[in-house]
Design a protein around this ligand. Structure first.
Ligand SMILES: Cc1cc2nc3c(=O)[nH]c(=O)nc-3n(C[C@H](O)[C@H](O)[C@H](O)COP(=O)(O)OP(=O)(O)OC[C@H]3O[C@@H](n4cnc5c(N)ncnc54)[C@H](O)[C@@H]3O)c2cc1C
Length: 384
């Protein structure tokens, strides 16, 4: 493993995120899970601590750094007792803002990127529709140009932070069928005809609010177009590499935490007069959890390094991200399940941390490209 991950700056970042998580997140997480949302004050606190804008350039109001830094933030939050649901919600701007930064539109950066990275506003990304999420090129929400506005009609669903969001970076159809007719529009909360329903009740990610959005003749100023008209699909696809890598990090970080919780429990819990860890079958189980977690981390970190050395449009980088996500998802699904098993009945209880990881992990193989869809993409990239 390269030492890019352990520079003094990155060790300091890891320590500072760990302290932030222990102080600002862990004592409140159970309450936020019950309430189904994070408080806005947490965004402001994370901005003040220099965490919210990691991996965004300072020129647009970020804290600087790159994908390795954001991976370290995720690793540290999960390892210190946080959760991937919290990360999904606190860092939704990680999927809502990059297109605006990439399009280098100064007006959009000032109106949406800076205040969000400053913890004052919240943004979401709206791609998935009730009719389907995997087939992005088939989306049907329509935006028709009318003078200096677009008039939007349609619906989005499963939108992370959509209940609280002040704006949604929304994929709409401005042109003909297929990927060539898609654009990105920033649609602001409060615009007449834009309605939000939720929070939707979910298996996991309880502290992350999830919304259904509907648009009826919503008039959106043309200034809110991100990048070129009909050029939205490329922007969405370019950002998918980082989103998938981020989800892969969430997967191996959760696997590591689930392993650590299981190892601790196995040392403490006695059955038939001996600690669980005295049983060879349990020790071997822990070794197998360790092996799969480590393999997922190595593959994902390698893909991140390749993405930084290359470009997110390079087929080899896209392939590495896809393989990393599928590898890490496979690992975490097995590891969280075995960790619950080692915890016995205690692992099935809501107050146990592993119960939350078990439920939270299930989305990782569905969001950001379902495992089957990514495997199909890999088969094309590999020429099979
Ligand atoms: C908690 C949560 C948060 C989310 N947050 C967001 C968000 O912020 N923004 C957003 O836009 N979306 C979000 N999503 C949506 C998510 O990206 C979609 O659920 C995902 O892309 C899958 O789309 P779908 O649910 O419509 O499933 P479908 O596209 O209907 O697919 C259903 C299943 O069929 C299988 N499948 C699909 N296509 C193929 C194929 N070609 N070959 C083989 N198998 C296939 C897969 O197993 C897939 O899981 C979120 C979802 C959840 C649950």
């Amino acid at each position: 493993m390269s030492d890019l991950w352990t520079t003094p700056e990155r060790q300091a970042l890891r320590e500072s995120v760990t302290r932030f998580t222990e102080r600002e997140i862990v004592p409140h997480l159970a309450q936020w899970e019950d309430e189904g949302r994070l408080p806005r004050e947490l965004h402001a606190a994370a901005a003040k601590a220099g965490i919210l804008g990691v991996a965004f350039p300072e020129e647009v109001g970020g804290d600087g750094g790159d994908t390795i830094d954001s991976a370290i933030v995720t690793e540290a939050i999960v390892q210190a007792g946080g959760s991937t649901g919290l990360i999904a919600s606190l860092f939704t701007h990680g999927i809502a803002l990059p297109h605006m930064v990439a399009a280098a539109n100064a007006d959009l950066v000032d109106r949406f990127v800076r205040p969000t990275l400053g913890g004052e506003t919240i943004g979401s990304l709206g791609v998935t529709e009730p009719g389907g999420g995997s087939d992005v090129a088939g989306l049907t929400t329509r935006a028709v140009r009318d003078g200096d506005h677009f008039v939007v009609n349609g619906a989005k669903t499963f939108i992370t932070s959509g209940v609280r969001a002040d704006f949604v970076t929304t994929a709409v159809r401005t042109g003909g069928e297929g990927y060539g007719g898609i654009s990105l529009l920033v649609i602001e909360k409060g615009t007449p005809g834009f309605e939000v329903a939720g929070p939707l009740r979910k298996m996991g990610w309880h502290c992350s609010d999830t919304a259904e959005l509907s648009f009826t003749d919503v008039r959106v100023p043309v200034e809110n177009l991100v990048g070129d008209q009909d050029g939205g699909f490329v922007l969405v696809m370019q950002q998918f590499v980082n989103e998938r890598l981020g989800l892969a990090v969430q997967a191996y970080a959760t696997a590591q935490r689930a392993l650590d919780l299981a190892a601790r429990y196995a040392r403490e819990r006695e059955t038939f007069g001996k600690p669980l860890a005295a049983r060879q079958v349990i020790r071997h189980k822990l070794v197998e959890m360790h092996r799969r977690t480590d393999a997922a981390r190595v593959v994902t970190r390698d893909a991140i390094e390749r993405s930084l050395a290359g470009s997110t449009t390079d087929p080899q980088v896209i392939l590495a991200a896809v393989m990393a996500k599928n590898t890490a998802v496979e690992a975490v699904e097995w590891v969280v399940s075995e960790s619950v098993q080692i915890h016995g009945g205690a692992g099935y209880m809501r107050e146990s941390e592993i119960d939350r990881h078990y439920r939270d992990a299930r989305i990782l193989g569905i969001g950001g490209g379902a495992t089957e869809v990514l495997t199909d993409l890999a088969s094309k990239l590999l020429g099979y």
